[in-house]
Write a protein of this length. Structure first.
Length: 127
């Protein structure tokens, strides 16, 4: 199968040896996004809701660059340094997703890149 690397300036550039996303057939594997501002590559300032929204905005930019949108995400993985923020993730996510919701996992982790409190990656299936 042919692999297509997905890149957009509307999401943070990769900060390591990875691509923002890779498309194989109709499946797109989105790398983890933390609440970085694409323009500055710095963490967004604000409370946890602002940080979670920034992650969804970054994921949305990559899904659109791949020819889809958040509605095409079939699996979403969420990593939190504090699982007490899980209800807030649900609240913010409801502004970005409509039913049917993607399959999802939420995992508590000790640390994330750049000291972020939240990271998400996803798998998207294009029509």
């Amino acid at each position: 199968m042919v692999r297509e690397v997905i890149f957009t300036e509307k999401a943070p550039a990769a900060i390591g040896t990875y691509s923002q996303a890779v498309k194989v057939g109709k499946t797109v594997y989105l790398s983890g996004q933390i609440p970085l501002l694409p323009e500055t590559m710095e963490l967004v300032e604000g409370d946890m809701a602002v940080q979670i929204s920034r992650v969804f905005d970054n994921l949305q930019a990559v899904t659109e660059a791949a020819g889809g949108g958040l509605a095409d995400i079939v699996k979403l993985n969420i990593y939190l340094t504090d699982l007490s923020h899980f209800p807030l993730v649900n609240e913010v996510m409801a502004h970005y997703f409509k039913q049917p919701y993607p399959a999802r996992a939420a995992v508590g982790v000790a640390a994330l890149p750049k000291g972020a409190a939240v990271e998400m990656d996803a798998v998207m299936e294009l029509a």
